[in-house]
Design a protein around this ligand. Sequence first.
Ligand SMILES: [Zn+2]
Length: 144
Amino acid sequence: MPRRKRHRLVTKEPHVSVYKPAGIPTRELEEILITIGEFEALRLADFEGLSQRDASTAMEISQPTFNRVLSSARHKVASGLVQGYVLRIEGGEYRLSDGTGILECLDCGASVDMSSGNKSTCQKCGSIRLRWLRWEKGRRPGEK
Ligand SMILES: [Zn+2]
């Protein structure tokens, strides 16, 4: 495999993964969004066993930022398991390190700006059911 320029945040291409409790219709379940960045932090620290210093270097973010992302990821996974939520791991254009990126609320349709600080709930209705609006080179998918 040719040597490639390191991605800014993650080592794998974005994809969608959903984990849900068995035997319950998805529509009856709450959903928690775990960003690709959070997933990567969890993978590096808790699966690969990297130190936070090495993991933050790998993701090219500061150690305090990595620590925050990892804490958020752990909290979301724990919340999901304890409360029986759907865990959606989803990314597209994700730039946690500079705070940009847009999420859409599945309940009220509001856009949630990732730079707002509160990245896991809708500012309008308080819902945690957020979905990435995928941006590709500044455009919404489907737009020409
Ligand atoms: Zn909302």
